[in-house]
Design a protein around this ligand. Structure first.
Ligand code: AMP
Ligand code: MG
Length: 407
């Protein structure tokens, strides 16, 4: 039987990153950078004040601790204006936070430390300002280039862009960004028992739930989903739905069910007739059967039909493919170490078990969410994580730590 790691490696070896597109900055959240971003200018771009106050020459204040110092206010510099004065000895300029420091100034005395009370004065600047403390050189000044310098790489290719990244790109005046195209995934359900979610249930039927859960997983992995719908257990039905995926040139076809050894598992047959299909028994639980191949040149992953197996199969095999397609550096889901609060039996396969996690005195403690049948979706709904019980382990004793994928 194939190990999970080997199966994943074989799958990943078949995928290359998507090409690039340039999109407006406002659409870039969660997209993956195609190129390194280099700053075209320093940040901040000019020496500026970090306080509302008075720009001065620090040297003028050397004796201000002994006797109160009064300076002539020769300019008023609101944020956004360019100072025109050069401060001479004994002079100050009123300045607002973020405003450019006038030449000659090298410190800012906050308004709170002066005799000036803007509530009484309104918006006008005073003629003079006095204070009685020494200012250090550079005090309350954000010098040019303090945060970063022109030419520095500030964001690396392969990074999934966060909100703060968009802010930084805006600071650098980058209006359009080269990102990887979103991977596009066609999603197929199959089975004569499956009804659309709004169809009334009749004898022997169930609602198609996989195409909702899997579509959400695909979108949440920042890929676009093309829902092909439900194929009947007939060759023509499967083939006609797959044709839509071919017409749309998707990057990947994902199906659930119809690829095991049942008499009506036609997905397998149809794929094989127009491509190739490897059928693997992967050493994992849930979801031992896994199909991987291609249909008319498009990669195909066939997940098991049982809802929990399909979900786990997605996390273990499909999500890494989507990460690789978008060339994301930081890989797939976040894992943490958790301590098992109960003894867990396993059958020696690499097992993914649904568990609730709570924090107890700084330790993550895990308890299973009920029976682990692969059709029991509620136990997945109640779970915060999938515990990974490694292959070869038959029993995890109470108190042992295992790795867990946070959901
Ligand atoms: P199969 O792989 O076709 O043998 O299906 C295995 C199990 O998964 C059966 O109990 C199916 O009814 C169930 N199943 C298959 N597809 C879906 C689906 N799209 N939504 C919910 N359950 C499904
Ligand atoms: Mg079936």
């Amino acid at each position: 039987m194939l190990s999970v790691t080997k199966a994943r490696e074989r799958i990943l070896s078949q995928f290359h990153a998507t090409t690039e597109e340039s999109i407006p900055l406002i659409e870039c959240a969660n997209r993956v950078l195609f190129v390194d971003i280099t700053a075209a200018h320093d940040l901040p771009l000019f020496d500026n004040s970090s306080m509302d106050g008075f720009a001065i020459r620090a040297v003028d204040s050397l004796n201000a601790a002994a006797s109160r110092l009064t300076l002539n206010v020769v300019a008023d510099i609101p944020a956004g204006s360019a100072p025109t004065v050069i401060l001479a000895q004994g002079e100050a300029a009123r300045i607002m936070t973020g405003a450019q420091l006038p030449e000659g100034a090298d410190a800012v005395i906050p308004v709170e430390d002066t005799d000036f009370n803007s509530r009484d004065a309104g918006t006008a600047a005073p003629q003079t300002v006095s204070f009685s403390r020494i200012a250090n050189m550079g005090e309350n000044v954000r010098p040019r280039g303090m945060d970063l310098h022109a030419g520095e790489v500030v964001l690396q290719k392969g990074r999934r862009l966060k909100a703060q990244d968009l802010g930084l790109l805006a600071m650098l005046g980058i209006a359009h960004v080269q990102v990887h195209k979103k991977p596009r995934v066609a999603l197929l359900s199959s089975g004569d028992e499956l009804l659309e979610v709004d169809a009334p249930l009749t004898a022997g039927k169930i609602h198609d739930s996989n195409s909702y859960a899997l579509a959400a997983l695909i979108q949440n992995a920042e890929a676009d989903v093309l829902r092909l719908g439900v194929a009947k257990d007939r060759r023509e039905s499967v083939a006609s739905l797959l044709q839509k995926a071919v017409n749309e040139h998707v990057d990947l076809i994902v199906s659930s069910a119809g690829v095991s050894v049942g008499a009506f598992d036609f997905v397998k047959e149809v794929i094989e007739s127009n491509g190739k299909l490897d059928f693997w028994r992967v050493n994992m639980r849930p979801g031992k059967p896994l199909a991987f191949g291609e249909y008319l040149g498009i990669p195909f992953i066939g997940l098991p039909g049982n809802p929990v197996s399909a979900f786990v199969g997605f996390e273990v095999f499909v999500r890494p493919v989507l990460d690789q397609l978008s060339s994301q550096l930081d890989g797939n889901r976040f894992t943490v170490k958790v301590r098992c609060e109960e003894e867990i039996e396993s059958d020696g396969r690499e097992s993914y078990l649904r568990a609730k996690i709570r924090n107890e005195n700084g330790v993550n403690v895990a308890v299973l969410t009920g029976h682990q049948g692969s059709g029991n979706l509620l136990s997945l709904v109640q779970a915060d994580a999938l515990l990974i019980i490694p292959a070869g382990v038959k029993c995890v004793p109470v108190g042992q730590e295992v790795e867990a994928i946070l959901l």
